[in-house]
Every structure is written in structure tokens, then in C-alpha cells.
Design a protein around this ligand. Structure first.
Ligand code: HEC
Ligand code: HEC
Length: 325
């Protein structure tokens, strides 16, 4: 007995020591850096400043960028991320206006492309998971975002607002060391699927473009950015998200399960929910769900068709109730 206890004591001691060493390693290592290895064809990329691309980029930005980068005056000067868990520390999204010092005026198209795919800056700094990466997006859509970022959209006019660099705390450093890493650059060019292949097109819009699955699966830390369908609880909801008041707003189950998902919804109910944030039970859907007003009818109906093919998951999500938490 005594001997077993002694061995147990040693073991616990060793584990504590290792955990301590691991923890201080992660603390001092901080967010890992990665060598920016930008292939020549990307480094030399020059996206045409074509009005069709700019228009599509502006549309994508309303779906993917503005929510986080829009400052108080509606320009893309960045903001404090009050809707991230307070355990993440105080974090800011960055100024992405044309300003050469405070914004991204000096970035080349290639640097932007590489960053949007991988999250890696040219100096090797890596943006942790709170800046999303777009490894599955079609090249044309990434080009559209870049063309828009360069455009004369008044929301992007140079502004010298600066934030001190984010200092992610232990929790983020830990996750960035063990759970997340930069996605690889695509090996082949990625094209937008043809709209006549409704399910493939719907999958593209839902998984690769809008990343609906990212919010609507079980847990950000258990997602697979390259194979979204391998994410834990794929589209089964319950991801504990926060609004600006730090109240819990779990995401909804949008699998075709008839009892706990949207299996009994009509297309019209789905359309109104996605485009206008209407809850068929009355009232609005709550932030961080937001109205996807710039999605076309073809896109919404393809997403609907695609979601019918997702395996149903039985998961009754406790929904947000104002003032309940
Ligand atoms: C969920 C919130 C969120 C969304 C959505 C988001 N960003 Fe960000 N973005 C951030 C945060 C936070 C940072 C700062 C990351 C860091 O600390 O390294 C950032 C950093 C950046 C940077 C680097 C700026 C710099 O000076 O280092 C660029 C460029 C950028 N985002 C562009 C975009 C674009 C374009 C989109 C849409 C396609 C987008 N972001 C969507 C939160 C977001
Ligand atoms: C930033 C996170 C986020 C993104 C991105 C997102 N959603 Fe949501 N969605 C939520 C949350 C959170 C709720 C629950 C809101 C509530 O309870 O009021 C929700 C609710 C819904 C609902 C209502 C379901 C119900 O049972 O009431 C539908 C439908 C929906 N989302 C579809 C989509 C689709 C389709 C996309 C992609 C085009 C998408 N969402 C993208 C977070 C998100």
C-alpha cells in the first residue's frame, strides 16, 4: 500500500512537473510563428480591379468581414471583440482600411491572398483562430475580396486608427499550440461549382464561402477546416456563442432532424431565417446569427438543398432567451 502510494506520489509529481513545463513552454512560446513561404505565382499575384470582382467582393465582405472589422462609424477600422469569451482576454480586430501604416495599404495582393488562406503574415506572425481562414474558398472569390479591399468603397477609406497588438492570453496560446494550425495552401485551383449542380453549389456556399458549419457545429475547437463534414456535431448546433453583452447564444441545430433540427421547416421559413433573421416561432433570430441579405435566391435555395443531404443529428439545443443568463 505504502509502496503504491509512493509510486503514485512520484507519478503525480512527474505529471505536475511536465504540465508545468508544458504550460511555461506554451506561455513563452506564445502564438506559434510560421515561415511565410509564399509561392512565386502567389507572390506576384495582381488581381484585376474589375468592377464585377469588386461587387462580388463587397457582397462577400457583408457575409464574412464587416461583422468583425466594422468600427463605430461603420468603417473597417476594427473594433474590440466584445463578443469573444472574456477568458480570451481583450482583443481587437484590425484596421483594414487603405491607410499604409495603420491599415493594409502596403500589403500586396499576394500577401493578402496568402493571409486569407493561411492566416500567416509575411513576418511569420500567425493570426489565431479568432481571425478566420478561407482554405476552401474558390480562387475567384478570394480575388473578389482582394479587389474589394483595394476599391474606393468609402468604408475602406484610409483611417489612422491603431490598436496595440493583440496579446492573447494563456487560453488562446494553448489552443493555438495544440488545437489549431494554419491550413495549407490549396494544391489545385478551386473553382465555384456550377449552379446547376445544386447540391455541390449549396455545399460550396454553406461550407466554403459562408462557413455556416463553423457556427452551427458543436464546438469551434473540434472542427475540421479542410473537411468540414468531419467537424464534431456537423450542423447539429449547440456551439456556445456569445453576443456583445457576453450572454450565451447557442447556435441552432440546422440538420434535417425532424424533432430537433429543421426537418419540418418549409423552404419559405428557411429563406426568411437566413436572409432576414426571422424566427418562424416569432421574433428575430439573435446575434451572432445575422441576416445574410446579400445571398441570392439561387444561393439560399442551393444551401437548403444541400442541408437536406447532411446527416440528421438529434440534439435539442437550449435556445437563447433574453435576460435568462
Ligand atoms: C470573427 C471575426 C473576424 C472575421 C469574420 C474576419 N476577421 Fe479579419 N481579423 C480579425 C481579428 C481579431 C484580427 C486580428 C488578428 C491578430 O491578432 O493577429 C484580424 C486580422 C485581419 C487582418 C490582418 C490585419 C493586420 O494588420 O495584421 C486582415 C487583412 C483581415 N483580418 C482581413 C479580413 C477579411 C478580408 C475578412 C473577410 C473575408 C475578415 N478579416 C474576417 C477578426 C475577424
Ligand atoms: C457567426 C455564427 C453564425 C453563422 C456564420 C451562421 N449562423 Fe445561423 N445561427 C447562429 C446562431 C447563434 C443561431 C441561433 C440564434 C437564436 O437562437 O436566436 C442561428 C440560427 C439559424 C437558423 C434558425 C434555426 C432555428 O431553429 O431557429 C437558421 C435556419 C440558420 N441559422 C441558418 C444559417 C445558415 C444557412 C448559415 C450560412 C449561410 C448560417 N446560419 C450562418 C449562428 C450563425
Amino acid at each position: 500500500m505504502k509502496r503504491t502510494l509512493k509510486i503514485l506520489g512520484y507519478l503525480i509529481g512527474i505529471i505536475a512537473l511536465l504540465a508545468g513545463a508544458g504550460a511555461s513552454f506554451i506561455w513563452f512560446r506564445g502564438i506559434p510563428t510560421y515561415k511565410a513561404e509564399i509561392p512565386a505565382h502567389i507572390a506576384g499575384l495582381q488581381v484585376p480591379r474589375d468592377s464585377a470582382l469588386v461587387e462580388r467582393g463587397a457582397k462577400i465582405a457583408t457575409l464574412l468581414c464587416n461583422e468583425c472589422h466594422k468600427g463605430e462609424e461603420g468603417r473597417l477600422t476594427g473594433r474590440q471583440m466584445k463578443d469573444l469569451p472574456s477568458e480570451f482576454g481583450t482583443l481587437y480586430s484590425m484596421n483594414i482600411t487603405h491607410d499604409p501604416e495603420s491599415g493594409i495599404g502596403k500589403w500586396t495582393d499576394g500577401e493578402l491572398y496568402y493571409f486569407l488562406r493561411t492566416g500567416i503574415h509575411t513576418d511569420g506572425r500567425w493570426s489565431p483562430p479568432y481571425m478566420p481562414k478561407f482554405p476552401l474558398m474558390a480562387d475567384e472569390d478570394i480575388y473578389s475580396i482582394i479587389a474589394w479591399l483595394r476599391s474606393d468603397d468609402p468604408a475602406l477609406a484610409a483611417d489612422s486608427r491603431e490598436y496595440s497588438p493583440n496579446k492573447p492570453n494563456f487560453f488562446i496560446r494553448f489552443l493555438s499550440n495544440v488545437a489549431f494550425s494554419p491550413p495549407p495552401l490549396p494544391q489545385q485551383p478551386i473553382a465555384i461549382p456550377d449552379t446547376t449542380d445544386k447540391i455541390a453549389f449549396g455545399r460550396y456556399v454553406a461550407d466554403a464561402l459562408c462557413a455556416c458549419y463553423a457556427c452551427h457545429s458543436a464546438d469551434f475547437a473540434k472542427q475540421d477546416a479542410l473537411f468540414p463534414e468531419k467537424s464534431l456535431g456537423f450542423y447539429g448546433g449547440g456551439n456556445p456563442m456569445l453576443n456583445y453583452d457576453q450572454e450565451l447564444v447557442p447556435s441552432a441545430n440546422i440538420t434535417p432532424d425532424k424533432e430537433t433540427g429543421i426537418g419540418n421547416w418549409t423552404y419559405q421559413q428557411f429563406y426568411d431565417a437566413v436572409k432576414f433573421n426571422k424566427n418562424p416561432k416569432g421574433g428575430p433570430l439573435h446575434y451572432p446569427m445575422f441576416p445574410h441579405t446579400t445571398l441570392t435566391d439561387t444561393e439560399v435555395s442551393a444551401v437548403w438543398a444541400y442541408l437536406q443531404t447532411v446527416p440528421p443529428i438529434k440534439n435539442q439545443v437550449a435556445r437563447y432567451q433574453a435576460g435568462a443568463n
